[in-house]
Ligand binder design. Sequence first.
Ligand SMILES: [Mn+2]
Length: 252
Amino acid sequence: MLSPFSIKLATMRNEILFISDLHLTIERPEVTRKFIKLLSGRATEAKALYILGDLFDTWIGDDDFSPPIRKIKKHLKALTSQGTAVFYIHGNRDFLIGERFSRETGITLLDEYSVIDLYNTPTLLTHGDLLCTDDLPYQAFRLKSHTSEWQDNVLSKPLIFRLLYARWYRLRSYFHKRKKSQDIMDVNQQTIEQVMAKYQARRLIHGHTHRPAVHDFQLQGAKTQRFVLAEWKKDSASLLSWSKSGYKVESI
Ligand SMILES: [Mn+2]
């Protein structure tokens, strides 16, 4: 039976929050602090929190407990325990987040493309890297690194090897990114239209490109919107909030 208190809570829980690209790392404690503030404050009154990838700057396996991982896990667990559903889509940095992390935090791992009914609009959620189809070398690496053969091989290495590999990989991707043109690093509109048609979606929400915007376009004669979430930095962070009355982009 619902007590008056839980009825009040139930009616309050009408907000759905979306964030991505926090790139949490020990090197940016301000971002970790902002995230924990969100988890222990605002998000406790939300119906659901969707994290669309790259929550962590690197993820080398669920057995890694280096800071700030333990703290983040604790706060995620507290949030899911008190009734906010938390959903996660892997980013290109933390795609090795696995079942153990999900079990320990109470979050639900979603598929790389997931459709939800967001206030009566079929809404496609994804990290965004899959939409950058002009970046052929990256897509080739992604394909390879998402096979269980590659992942089992990596995860079977001792933690210290994986830590060193992650350092090397970050350095490598930093230099690669500098060489690549800005166009190649962005999404491909044709891919977006194909994927949205395939999933029958009228709205797309993703991150990854760090180019926050709301794009309006027509797809098969219907009004369609694409929301790009912002990356979190030391002095700027934002979330996308949906309720029955529409959406808000809020800075934190
Ligand atoms: Mn990304």
